[in-house]
Ligand binder design. Sequence first.
Ligand SMILES: [Zn+2]
Length: 254
Amino acid sequence: MTTVNDIYHFIDSFAPFDTALDFDNVGILVGDKDAVVRKVLLSLDVTEKVIAEAKRMDAQLIITHHPVIFRAMKSLDSHSLPYMLAQRNLTVISAHTNLDLSGEGVNICLAQALRLTNVTLTKEGIAVGDIKNPYTFGNFSARRFAVYVKERLGCKGVRYTDIAQSVRRVAVGGGACGEYIYLAKELGADAFVTGEIKHNFIVESHALNLVVVDAGHYKTEDVVMDYLKQKLKKAFDNVTFVKSQTFTDYIDYV
Ligand SMILES: [Zn+2]
């Protein structure tokens, strides 16, 4: 018999919840720590559709990356997600920055997905590694690297800056990590892959001669959910772990 607490402590053993950054909110955020768990739904975020999906598959627990409660809540009406979760007897564990800083988080999974070698993780959680030119002719230009990222992550499209730079060393910062361009440059990266970057950082990265590839928040973070699912599956063979089919990338390209 597995309880929410067992799964919480397992995650805590490799991504201690008390190592999360100050602004964050992680751990068992809704529900019952003693509930018996037979089925778990994994999703980057909780939405109404994810809650319905969890009920349909008869799950007791949802594990998310983004905290289901993040800002202070002043009321809890029937349309709020925590209310809906509690009403449907669902528990949520959110593992966010504690997971990312653990060495088994988004950026390590992203580095693996891009097949980086000699990967190191900085204390800020940014991973940096080397990349081998997968093409047999020509250099690994910014454009070719952007196409490579798009293919490796299964993106419908990516944004990139076309700087005349051969890509050999790559830093990655999944999700909203645009501000880490300076650290990427310090780490000797030729290119930086992120999920969100503001205009001013695009301009600055150009001045730094750093190629930037913006592959989208969802695609750069979703890699961690597959990893987490496999790891949990190995640890709890009496529990079924399923990745959400309803929460996918909302962004389309025209
Ligand atoms: Zn994120």
